[in-house]
Design a protein around this ligand. Sequence first.
Ligand SMILES: Cc1cc2nc3c(=O)[nH]c(=O)nc-3n(C[C@H](O)[C@H](O)[C@H](O)COP(=O)(O)OP(=O)(O)OC[C@H]3O[C@@H](n4cnc5c(N)ncnc54)[C@H](O)[C@@H]3O)c2cc1C
Length: 246
Amino acid sequence: MIYLYLVTNADKSAVRGGPAFELMFNIHNYLKKKGIRQSFELTFFAPMEEPGARMGKNALSMLDKMLKKYNIKKHLGKKIKEFSSEAIVFEDDSKLIADLILFIPAANGHSVLTNSDLPLSEAGFIKIDDSGLVSGFTNVFAIGDIAALEGPEWTAKQGHIAELMGRNAAFNISEIEKGSSKRKGYQEHLNILCVMDTGDGAAFVFRNDKKAFMLPMPIFGHWLKQGWGKYAKMTKVGKFPRIPGM
Ligand SMILES: Cc1cc2nc3c(=O)[nH]c(=O)nc-3n(C[C@H](O)[C@H](O)[C@H](O)COP(=O)(O)OP(=O)(O)OC[C@H]3O[C@@H](n4cnc5c(N)ncnc54)[C@H](O)[C@@H]3O)c2cc1C
């Protein structure tokens, strides 16, 4: 069984590294719980040399340790040429034979945008300023994954950033209507914040301009992430009040 994640586009902020590790570790623990892990060979592969580097050096070495601990092989640094029904074929025509290939592509901008008159980045995301205002427009805002985020090289499109951009856009539109020049921006709030569930625990990952760390959260981390998923869903549909700031 093989799992991979892939960078194909010109915008690294759209790469989903954390979820790739999360899924891999969960598959390992699922098979282990069923007592059949030894019947499967798991390989994590990606075209870059250091997948997960965006989360910081500390996270990178910890992920490496986790892959070793879980006996998950690595196949890194080789571009992918194609998938066949039974293998991944690399640029040098070498193959990794697999019964199952799981793959998270790095997304490009939405196809709807291609034929629009909106200004797009090379990867097809909408160009905006810090306030979310679309470049060259006075009354069009773009928020969340569809926008081309500008920031440090580790910038990642994340759910909480999308929500912050949404709140900012509402505030900024209201200030425009009032004739005020007050604006709120997303760039000073950029960070990576992720609880990576492993199925038997989790790892808390954080990165901003000042610090980058990964904190193991054995056992309770798994339940924390499960709880967070339920809380997020309930608050979204108005069945549970949103705790301020969360
Ligand atoms: C595998 C994976 C794991 C992730 N894990 C995390 C995580 O742990 N933490 C985190 O913070 N972020 C995570 N993210 C990122 C997070 O999901 C996104 O940043 C966030 O959902 C962006 O919100 P959005 O509203 O901009 O876009 P979306 O949530 O993608 O919402 C866009 C919506 O538009 C709809 N839509 C698309 N096309 C059309 C159309 N033509 N007409 C009408 N509707 C349409 C879609 O169905 C969708 O509902 C993850 C992403 C992936 C892919």
